[in-house]
Structure formats: C-alpha cells, structure tokens
Design a protein around this ligand. Sequence first.
Ligand code: AMP
Ligand code: MG
Length: 317
Amino acid sequence: MGDKNATESILADAAGIARAAEILRSGGLVAVPTETVYGLAARADNEEAVAKIYAAKGRPSFNPLIVHVRDAEHARSYANLTGSASWLAELEWPGPLTLVVPLNPDAGLADAVSAGLPTVALRAPAHPVMRALLEICEFPLAAPSANRSGFISPTSASHVAASLDERIDLILDAGPCEKGLESTILAVREDGSWEELRPGPVDLDALHRHYFDRGLERGASGNSIEAPGQLASHYAPGKPVRLNAERAEADEFHIGFGAVAGDCSLSVSGNLAEAGSNLYACLHEATGSDLPRIAVAPIADTGLGKAINDRLRRASA
Ligand code: AMP
Ligand code: MG
C-alpha cells in the first residue's frame, strides 16, 4: 500500500499466485478469488497486516475476520476442533462452511483477527486458486469480503477494483465466483450444540436433519456469540430496495427471477444456485444504473433461497 497508483489486477495463474504469496508474506493485502466471493487476504499471524485489512475496508474493529486454512488438520493448530466441529470440518471442507470454534490463544493469530473474542472463525475454501495459495503460504490467511465495509460483496475482480482500488496491493483475477454468496457460518459450542450465525451456500437445516434427524437450534437468548457482520444494514447497494416485486415502477431498476423478466435476471430458469451466483453482479448493475430505486422479484424461501433472501433483506434495510 502507500502509493496512489491503480491497483494491479493479474491473472491467477501459477506466476500470479506466486507473486500474491510473496506480497502476503511481506505483510501486504491481496484480493483473492474464492468459491463464495472475492476475499481481501492478509497473513493472519501478523498484527500489522491484519490492521491493514480493517483500514482498507473501513471495517469496524469489533467485526472479526474469517481465517482461511488448508484443511481440518491445519485448523487444529489455531483452534479447539472437538466433537461435531471436528467431523463437520472433515466432511464439509473444502467448502463454503465457516466454523466458529474456541480459539487456541497460544496459536499466534493476530488479536485483531478475532476482535478480542474467545472464538475464531475458520474455513478451508474449495476454490483451486485459493487452495494453491494456501499450499505455498506457510501462514494462515485472514480474508473478509473484498469490499468497503457495509457495501455489496464482490463476485468479480472488477467489483473489487471498483470498491478498493488504490487501497490494496494486488487483485488476483480468476473470473466470477461460483457460489456468489458468503459462506454459511456455524458456531459450534463446547457442549456440541450448533448455532447458525449466517445462512449461506451450505444448507444447515438439511445437514442437521441428515445427521441428527431434528431441527437446528437457533439464536439462543442470552447469546454470547457476537456476529457483528450480521448487522441489519449490511450489503447496502446505496439505493432503496423493494422486495417481492412482481412488477417495477418506472423509476425502479428491476432484478428479475424465473417468470419475472426484469432489467436483468438472477436466473431466467428460476434456478436458485444460479441466482446465488448472480445476486451481487445484479445488485452492482442496479447500483450503477441511472434509476434511483431497485425492485427485486420474489425468490422462493427454501434451501439456498433462504441465504439469498437474507442478503436481500439486509440490502433493503
Ligand atoms: P465477511 O468475511 O466480511 O463476510 O465477515 C466475516 C463474518 O464472520 C463476520 O462479519 C462475523 O459475523 C463472522 N465471524 C468471524 N469471526 C467470528 C467469531 N469469532 N464469532 C462469531 N462470528 C464471527
Ligand atoms: Mg463482508
């Protein structure tokens, strides 16, 4: 950081990945592709490097970061992965599931990563570029979404550049993100019970029914687990957003789905996976349009639709 030149965006081939690793090793910031959204990575074992993430994003210091690791074994060097957390990591990683588990305070992670909480959020990403990067880095990577705090998450290198240009050292471009939605976040308590902190691509209800044949426990009262990124006004596109709109007013940019055509469509065939993957690109397009307001077609509230509707509610708050 420091100079005011536009941030360079390079192809995520072997040479690009090697260069990214070098910048990260020396404490710099690199935007990296993952299967969920683009992340803003820094080495998680270095206070100064982690502080740069908060500064570049304008992220409040109470909002902790997800630490990206190679696999469950790597995760065990930073946290207490016991019981269900351990087998969930073995079964679901690599993939879009983040586990919030008790932090090992002697593991050498920067304090700012967990924002002073006794827990840490860990994920082993599935994207081949991120996996290759983690293989050659001897340190873990803290990586929140690569956008200014509070705005729409990036699912392409150009989204990253539009939000963080000149504030970070490099962008690794590997095209659009497959899932397009941030990871599912699951807190696993010491007694083995689960709490969903953020819906996402992994359907926890289905997972829980599969393993336990019962519903997932939700948001216990007196909840001591902080999930500050889950503020109602997250993912703001900078314009009013109206949901469940079959038709749009003349001054609204209409995001369609299925039979509702719209100015752009999340998925013409009504496919929820495709809709998840296109959600932020459509919101970015709506933000960039001349129309002052946004309307969004109804989305079925089942499976992945729950995660999509969660993000849309926050975008409209
Ligand atoms: P982002 O990567 O920007 O989508 O943000 C990561 C999110 O992970 C944060 O906003 C928090 O909600 C969540 N998170 C990270 N660490 C913890 C933790 N120790 N406890 C609870 N939630 C966490
Ligand atoms: Mg974010």
